[in-house]
Design a protein. Sequence first.
Length: 105
Amino acid sequence: MTFTDENVHDIIASGKPVMIDFWATWCGPCVGMGPAVDTVAAEYDGRVVVGKYNIDEQNDLAMKYRIMSIPTILFFKDGKKTDLRLVGAQSVETLRAKLDELLAL
């Protein structure tokens, strides 16, 4: 899923668990992590809304949460940002672990 400034607030407000990957096309680690994000998006479909937020095309959410480096991944549940956060390139296993932690909250 592609998160935009137009849809991201409604998706978070829905209360569903959400994972947002803040990225940009010029960021090598971000592009390299894309397949891992796609993998967990498919695996957790129906349980967690997983998507990408391109900071070059969108900026409201990145500014709100003071995203200073990418890739950064934030996790939301019950309409609120959780304390879960990942910065830097991550493996599929790490993403799965964080998503399982999010679902257990």
